[in-house]
Write a protein that binds this ligand. Structure first.
Ligand code: ZN
Length: 214
């Protein structure tokens, strides 16, 4: 209940409730005070209503600002990515990146209970395709471990999915003749380039602007 000091007692401690305006008893001054009292009561009620309305508006504004922040972050990310020229991992990796990858591959080969057929040959840095494969595998492992660490007791399937979806298919590809490391089980065999480039003469039969600039 809102209360204010009694107008008759000035700053004295006695307080009157706004819900109980003073009786006028035919006194003109008392009538005036009663009118003022009721007006003040109405004003306080309106202020309370305005406060609730402002709080609701602030909540809406806060949600709108959060939405704008999310959109802005996406736009900034797109803007930053716009100028990135796609390059293979090996072309942008630093010496430190290589060191991290080498350590991780060695741990995978020595500590992961792999049968020898599936271990990664020591010469893997000399085979560009295998480098990209392992760099991607390491990247997915890193992300998986972070997800699993943060999941803690809430449970998460990312770690199992990593083994099933990423680790074993990659190891199988590297073992089963997809890459030239298959020839390096006992000794490194240098890669002899047998690149066969696209025959661009066949593009002449493709209509339209799709092949312009080729
Ligand atoms: Zn090799």
């Amino acid at each position: 209940m809102t209360s204010i000091p009694s107008p008759e007692n000035g700053d004295e401690a006695t307080e009157l409730a706004l819900d109980d305006p003073p009786a006028s008893a035919g006194d003109p001054d008392a009538d005036q005070i009663g009118l003022l009292w009721n007006g003040l009561d109405e004003l306080i009620t309106r202020l309370d209503t305005t406060e609730d309305s402002l709080a609701a508006t602030l909540d809406t504004l806060s949600a709108d600002v959060d939405g704008l922040k999310t959109q802005l972050a996406l736009l900034l990310k797109k803007e930053q990515e716009k100028d990135i020229r796609p390059r293979r991992w090996a072309d942008r990796a630093t010496r430190k990146d290589w060191g991290v990858l080498v350590d991780w591959v060695d741990r995978l080969t020595t500590d992961y209970s792999l049968l020898s057929d599936f271990t990664v040959p020591p010469c893997w840095p000399a085979h560009p395709g295998v480098v990209e494969e392992l760099a991607g595998l390491h990247r997915s492992w890193t992300r998986t471990m972070i997800i699993d660490e943060t999941a803690k007791n809430s449970g998460d399937t990312s770690l199992t999915a990593w083994h099933d979806r990423w680790l074993w298919p990659a190891l199988t590809r590297m073992k089963s003749g997809h890459y030239r490391t298959t020839n390096c089980r006992t000794k490194h065999q240098p890669e002899n380039s047998n690149s066969r480039f696209t025959d661009r003469d066949f593009l002449r039969s493709i209509p339209g602007e799709a092949v312009s600039g080729v």
